[in-house]
Every structure is written in structure tokens, then in C-alpha cells.
Ligand binder design. Structure first.
Ligand SMILES: Cc1ncc(COP(=O)(O)O)c(C=O)c1O
Length: 503
């Protein structure tokens, strides 16, 4: 089944790949969608692929992503030397398994897990936070089912309470594992889950409330402490024991270093599991996440598979079997190479750069910054006045300089707010930040001189709510023909953003 269709109409009509340089070695064009009949020389294959890849964006200028785009050459070397190790062959690669266990324990301690001196922490490496969330969600579902069964109650309507700002992986979890997702709606000016509303939505079928430490949309930390307190009270009143999961995909490698006083982790009794992306602020290339459980009682034993593979008993709790080892090794490298001090310095630098960007953007006078000072170093900002151009126009024009800055609308009920978001990563240096600011100035000057002539009089993108049908957005009736044209263009861009999801 082909599930990714990225072919443009030009691609579709052109069923072969022609390559000028490679034609020194290859005389026939390569079929695009079928395996070629004959082999080609290795240098030709390299050149054909390398040439095509030149058209990808530059990862270092991709400000849309939280995912690491730079590591030290020493770590690159370790990655390359372990690229041929399958992690699942634990008996054959016992040292790699040991490094994974050390990472789990180091991260569990960072998250204040109650691990005794003689104990090991409970957790696993995953491909990213999405897999980690599937596993944590499954553990909650199974625990809830077991409890309901022993009470003789029905267990076919599980639900999970989250904010509407959750990342798409929560929707995936809900759909794949048949759990209803009950979302607390957002509102203008408040773009995270309101703990009070979340606790109001909890019922006897709630398997957990998921809080986010570092909202994907604005970087803001949700108030897990307040959630814990309110939920403790509700649990006491009702006799339920609804737990909390913290999605610390981005914030898990930030808060322990620069916000140690914020209580969001296992210091809070109802927090039973936490996920974090090693490939975000864990500072490893794409392909690694972690999920940590508070204690072994929080991970139902019947979800752990004990397989006898290649000669020994291996407990596993993952969705897939084989996976690479290099990301685990790279994570261990970062943890010991940087230590607490190194991570702290990097996170402080990122925060400083985000602060500088925020100040510069505010100084321009055209934007409202919606991200907060405390949180993931992200700068999210909306236009105060979109009558001449929108944030989508700005994002498009910034591409000219190589910048990839996403523009997107907020989820329900703040869909009428559209923002640009810059993720500040370790490799986004001060000089790059200054260059970005100067390019934004340039784009604004150009558009002020030649307005794109857009939509509403309001500062935001306006949607007539009564006329919103599913994904279909119908603009207010008072817009002119030109405005309609531009809105159509805008809608196309939004749809594209939705399809990709914000990561
Ligand atoms: C809050 C949050 N949760 C989960 C995810 C999914 O993480 P991953 O890409 O590691 O699977 C993301 C990705 O950006 C995120 O921001």
C-alpha cells in the first residue's frame, strides 16, 4: 500500500529519472516507480540520489522542527560505527543493551523517579515520543481494564483527557488503540490545557489525563502541579484513581536543567509515566525517544513480552522488533559528554536566544508574541494586523532566504489565530538569529511597499464559525473578491500544514 503520495503532476507525467552526470555511466533513464532491470555502478547511484537530495531544505535552517540537526563529529563517528547493529540482538550486543539501561536510569533520576539504591528504573528506548506515548497509553488502558474487570464493571468505553493542543500522536494513539480522546478546548490568549476544565471532564472511564510539558504550538508548559492537586481532590471525592501522564517530548530535557523548581515530574504522586524525545532537546539525531514509568507496578506485566531469541530471555515492550542501535549509543554519548552542566549551558543559551528573538520581534511592533518566557525555547507570534498580508505570506517569502518557518492556525477553539513559530535549537546560533531577524525585516518592508492585499480587518485570520464544516473553512461574507482569492490560497497552505502535522 502506498501511503505517501508526494508526486507532483510534473512527476507523474515523467516516469523516468534522467541524470546528466550519471549518464556518463548510465545510458538509460531509470524508471521512477519500478525497480530497474539492470544494476548501475555505485558512483552513478550515489550521484543520482545525491543530486536529487540537493533540492531538500537545509536541516540547520529548518526552524519548524524540534529535532536535532547537529552533533559533534566524535558522536557522528560512534553513530557510523554502530549503524550495522540491530538493537534487538541484545545477547549479541550486550554492551549496547547496558548503555540503554544506563540511559533509562539516568533519565529516570532526572525526572525524580522513586528508584531505590538497589533498584533499576523502569523504562525503554523508543523510536521517538510517538512510540513512547503509544506504550504509555497502552499501559494505562490495560491497568484501567484490569481494575474495571475486577470490579465487575464494563471496560469498553475508555477515554483520555488532553488539551486540544496535543500533538497528532495522541490522536493516533486514540484511533489505533480505540480510546476516546476528550479534548479541553483552547481559547484566544490561552493555548494550553486548563487543568480545571480537564479535571471536570474526567469520569470513571478516564484512563489518564495527559499534560504537556512544552506545548508543540507555543512551547508553554502546562501546569502539571495544579492538575495533580485538582485530580487528587477529585479522586478522593469519587474513589477513582485517575493517573497523569506527562508528555515531556520537548520539555523533559529542558525543565530539569533550567527550571528545577517547577514540579511536573515524579515528584507529583499522580504522575505515573513520562515520555521524552531523545531526538529533541535530548540532542540526538532523529530516531530516539524514551518512556519512563514511576514504578514497575505502573507497567502491567502482561504487556511485557519475554522472548527467547538467539539464546536468552529478553523482556521487551516496544511496538516493533528490530531497530538501530546508534541513536541509543548517541544518547549515552550526549549524557556523559555534556553532563548536567553541559545540558544546562545549552538550554540556557537556547533560552537566551529565544529571549533575544522575542524582544526583537516585539520591537518590530507588528506582532504579538504568544509564546511564554518559561517553557521550551520557541518563539510563536501572530500578526496584529493581517489586512495587507498574513503570516502565511511571511513564511512563504522567508523561504527565499532558505528559512523554513512554519505558519499554522491554532486548534479548537482558537482556530482563528494564525502564528509563525521559530524553534530555537542548540545549533541556532546568535548570528543566525540576527540574520533571521534582518530577513524578517526585509520581507515586511517589501510587503509593506507592495501589499499582498489580504483578508479581514481584524488582526487575525477570521473564520465564520457558523460556517465551519469539518476542515472546510468559509470566510465571512463581507470580504471582497480579492480577499476570497487570497483566502483560498491561504486555505491550501493550511491544509498542507494540517496534513503534515506540526512536529
Ligand atoms: C508535545 C509533543 N508530543 C509528542 C510529539 C511527537 O514526538 P516524536 O516526533 O518524538 O515522535 C511531539 C513532536 O513534536 C511533541 O511536540
Amino acid at each position: 500500500m502506498v501511503i505517501s503520495d508526494t508526486t507532483s503532476s510534473a512527476d507523474a507525467s515523467n516516469k523516468t529519472l534522467c541524470c546528466t552526470f550519471a549518464s556518463r555511466y548510465v545510458r538509460d533513464a531509470l524508471p521512477r516507480f519500478q525497480m530497474p532491470d539492470k544494476s548501475i555502478p555505485k558512483d552513478a547511484a550515489y550521484q543520482i540520489i545525491n543530486d536529487e537530495l540537493m533540492l531538500d531544505g537545509n536541516p540547520r535552517l529548518n526552524l519548524a522542527s524540534f529535532v536535532t540537526t547537529w552533533m559533534e563529529p566524535e558522536c557522528d563517528k560512534l553513530i557510523m560505527s554502530s549503524i550495522n547493529k540491530n538493537y534487538v540482538d541484545m545477547d549479541e550486543y550486550p554492551v549496547t543493551t547496558e548503555l540503554q539501561n544506563r540511559c533509562v536510569n539516568i533519565i529516570a533520576h532526572l525526572f525524580s523517579a522513586p528508584v531505590g539504591d538497589e533498584e533499576s528504573a523502569v523504562g525503554v528506548s523508543t523510536v521517538g515520543s510517538s512510540e513512547a506515548i503509544m506504550l504509555a497509553g497502552l499501559a494505562f488502558k490495560r491497568k484501567w481494564q484490569q481494575k474495571r474487570k475486577t470490579e465487575g464493571k464494563s471496560c469498553d468505553m475508555p477515554n483520555i483527557v488532553t488539551g486540544a493542543n496535543v500533538q497528532v500522536c495522541w490522536e493516533k494513539f486514540a484511533r489505533y488503540f480505540e480510546v476516546e480522546l476528550k479534548e479541553v478546548k483552547l481559547k484566544e490568549g490561552y493555548y494550553v490545557m486548563d487543568p480545571e476544565k480537564a479535571v471536570d471532564m474526567v469520569d470513571e472511564n478516564t484512563i489518564c489525563v495527559a499534560a504537556i510539558l512544552g506545548s508543540t504550538l507555543t512551547g508553554e508548559f502546562e501546569d502539571v502541579k495544579l492538575l495533580n492537586d485538582l485530580l487528587t481532590k477529585k479522586n478522593k471525592e469519587t474513589g477513582w484513581d485517575t493517573p497523569i501522564h506527562v508528555d515531556a517530548a520537548s520539555g523533559g530535557f529542558i525543565a530539569p536543567f533550567i527550571y528545577p523548581d517547577i514540579e511536573w515530574d515524579f515528584r507529583l504522586p499522580l504522575v505515573k509515566s513520562i515520555n521524552v524525545s531523545g531526538h529533541k532537546y535530548g540532542l540526538v539525531y532523529a530516531g530516539i525517544g524514551w518512556v519512563i514509568w514511576r514504578t514497575k507496578e505502573d507497567l502491567p506485566e502482561d504487556l511485557v513480552f519475554h522472548i527467547n531469541y538467539l539464546g536468552s530471555d529478553q523482556p521487551t515492550f516496544t511496538l516493533n522488533f528490530s531497530k538501530g542501535s546508534s541513536q541509543i549509543i548517541a544518547q549515552y554519548y550526549q549524557l556523559i559528554r555534556l553532563g548536567f552542566e553541559g545540558y544546562k549551558h545549552i538550554m540556557e543559551n537556547c533560552r537566551e536566544n529565544a529571549k533575544m528573538l522575542t524582544e526583537e520581534i516585539e520591537k518590530m511592533g507588528k506582532f504579538e508574541v504568544v509564546s511564554k518566557d518559561i517553557g521550551v525555547p520557541v518563539v510563536a507570534f501572530s500578526l496584529k494586523d493581517s489586512s495587507n498580508y498574513t503570516v502565511f505570506d511571511i513564511a512563504e517569502r522567508l523561504k527565499r532566504f532558505g528559512w523554513i518557518v512554519p505558519a499554522y492556525t491554532m486548534p479548537a477553539n482558537a482556530e482563528h489565530i494564525a502564528v509563525l513559530r521559530v524553534v530555537v535549537r542548540e545549533d541556532f546560533s546568535r548570528s543566525l538569529a540576527e540574520r533571521l531577524m534582518s530577513n524578517i525585516h526585509q520581507v515586511l518592508d517589501e510587503m509593506d511597499a507592495h501589499p499582498v492585499a489580504v483578508s479581514s480587518k481584524s488582526s487575525h485570520v477570521t473564520i465564520d464559525k457558523d460556517k465551519t464544516q469539518g476542515d472546510k473553512v468559509v470566510t465571512k461574507k463581507d470580504v471582497t473578491e480579492t480577499q476570497k482569492e487570497v483566502t483560498k490560497y491561504w486555505k491550501k497552505l493550511v491544509d498542507r500544514t494540517k496534513a503534515n502535522g506540526v512536529c
